[in-house]
Design a protein around this ligand. Structure first.
Ligand code: E4P
Length: 217
């Protein structure tokens, strides 16, 4: 499973990238706002750090303008994936940009039928939003499962990018179902390491070696 980090914060991307935990990055207008940076500048900086796909989202709602924005975004770096919303205009932009050989991430997916349309339009990635479905008492993980089944039925090459991941269980379940990629905030990726028995076991080992007064260095 590929790990994308869902942030536009450079320090956090660098920290996880140095650990080999970053196969790509996803941004969106809200994350750009949070970073306080210029969208083009910060996206360029992210692309200089990370080799894998870096999603940068268009800001218009009309297909022709999305296509123009996408064509500008891909000039930032060769690893840009243009992010478009799951609307008919977004799918039209997806079809054009993917036909030109650009990576396209279709975002704001909340149903398996939407994911089917995105695959037909040539999306490189489909981003089903797990957390936002859970927020309204719907089953976000079921959506990942449904899309996996449909894409496998027809050998669609579109990669399932599990998004809006809020908990370590979202990450675990996405991996179990076989999502190709997950994108998660740095804090969620970092908390995947936590286990109280690891902490307890390490504390006991350190106590015991201290008792023996032995040192390796
Ligand atoms: C993915 O590409 C989105 O940027 C992100 O996962 C949305 O997450 P949120 O629902 O926590 O805002």
């Amino acid at each position: 499973m590929k790990f994308f980090v869902d942030t536009a914060e450079i320090d956090q991307i660098k920290e996880l990238n140095d650990l080999g935990m970053v196969d790509g990055v996803t941004t969106n207008p809200s994350l750009i706002k949070k970073s306080g940076r210029d969208i083009i500048e910060v996206t360029k900086e992210i692309c200089s750090i990370v080799d894998g796909p870096v999603s940068a989202e268009v800001t218009s709602t009309e297909a022709d303008t999305m296509i123009a924005e996408g064509r500008k975004l891909v000039t930032i770096a060769k690893n840009i994936a243009v992010k478009v919303p799951l609307t008919w205009d977004g799918l039209r932009a997806c079809k054009t940009l993917s036909s030109e050989g650009h990576m396209v991430n279709v975002t704001l997916c909340f149903s398996a039928n939407q994911a089917l349309l995105a695959a037909k339009a040539g999306a490189t990635f489909i981003s089903p939003f797990i957390g936002r479905l859970d927020d309204i008492n719907l089953d976000g993980m079921q959506l990942i499962e449904d899309i996996r089944e449909i894409y496998d039925n027809y050998d669609f090459e579109t990669q399932i990018l599990a998004a809006s991941i809020r908990t370590v269980n979202h990450a675990l379940e996405s991996a179990r179902i076989g999502a190709d990629v997950m994108t998660a905030p740095p804090a969620v990726i970092k908390s995947m390491i936590n286990h109280p028995l690891t902490d307890k076991g390490l504390a006991a080992f350190l106590e015991d070696i201290k008792f023996t007064k032995q040192k390796i260095l």
